[in-house]
Design a protein. Sequence first.
Length: 250
Amino acid sequence: MIHPSAVIDSTARIGNKVEIGPSSVIQKDVWVGAGTKIGARVVIGEGTRIGKNCQVHEFAKIGEVAEGFLRKRRKIYLVMGDDNVVQECVTLDRGAAGKTTIGRGNCFMANSHVGPDCLVGNKVVLAVGATLSGKNIVDDYAILGGLASVDEAYRIGTHALVTASARVSRDIPPYMLASGARARLFGLNAAALRNRGFSEEKLKELKRAYYLIFRAGLNLKQSIKRLAREKLAQTPEIQQIIQFMQSPAV
């Protein structure tokens, strides 16, 4: 059902069984996948791609040009996958230099924000008021607590948790918990990992890796050698942490 007060550009492609609420605006060259529901007074910016079975609630703004960023002559987009939930008053900016990319199955709670040129994976949660500044990479299953903020061009690893009201001005490695006004690591994101089916043996290995890499006073090379001696370095999850630490920043 498309409400008669919705404004939809003639170039927009609207899939089957899409619902669009009153006074929503769909700009030119927008694609909306089948089964997606768009609430009242939503704005979908030019060139935005939205996947199937997404839910976009009232007053959200998706794919608009970020305030203060100049338009580029070449096309810049926001591309979103399937099954995402975008709650009330969320803003998801389109790219400024490239493309904002959002995976599938994510939840953006009310008043959260994704800045331009971010890459958000799958099953990510941004709680109420959480903010990505721009050029951030957020890997699968990461969680940002309410009012948490991430400064521009920092990364959040898979299964990591940033607690409420924390400000992130460093990369947060996979599987870790970060907290504080100036966020720092406080160990493993153990509760969430248990909920996702990680065994106690796996948690023990990850805790050992956390100690050797971040708390034992060793540099990364020394930590990897210790992990190798203890036959932990080739554990897939620990390999992810090592690769994250070795890879360049955004």
